[in-house]
Design a protein. Structure first.
Length: 153
């Protein structure tokens, strides 16, 4: 006759309960996985304009192949920002705009050896990054504050 301890009883009970729950767990995981579909987007155009309203402002619009448009702006040290953003264009075209951090870092590091880590370069980069976040929010149907980590206060 085999002796059963409380520990072995609990271990077997947990395993048995897990077997019955496995099918439901598998269905739940599949449902969650299929509910989230990341849209496949590509950047098709980057347009920029310099506007004089309460000082100089740099406006950037990023267009995708599915008709979504992200808009960003910068207001400090933006004189000369239009040609900078035009130079960023080749780094962004054909890329997935939902890879915001990758694209922002790609643009940032493209100017490292030119000494472009302040002033106009960072203002233009900020406008592009804001446009990318705006585009990501529109594509995913979420406000940008949620994409950036949620409420702070």
């Amino acid at each position: 006759m085999m002796r059963h301890s409380r520990r072995s009883f609990l271990r077997r009970s947990a395993a048995l309960g897990g077997i019955f729950a496995l099918e439901r767990l598998s269905a739940a995981v599949q449902a969650v996985g299929s509910a989230y579909r990341r849209p496949k987007l590509k950047i098709t155009d980057v347009r920029t304009a310099q506007v004089r309203a309460h000082g100089l402002q740099l406006h950037v619009r990023i267009y995708t192949d599915q008709g979504l448009v992200g808009q960003g702006e910068a207001t400090d040290a933006v004189a000369g920002g239009v040609p900078l953003v035009a130079g960023f264009r080749f780094l962004l075209l054909g890329q997935d705009p939902l890879n915001v951090d990758f694209l922002a870092e790609r643009v940032r590091t493209a100017g490292i050896f030119a000494g472009a880590q302040a002033g106009q370069y960072v203002a233009a980069l900020s406008a592009v990054e804001i446009a990318l976040w705006d585009l990501a929010g529109k594509a995913l149907g979420l406000p940008v504050w949620q994409l950036l980590g949620g409420r702070m206060r």
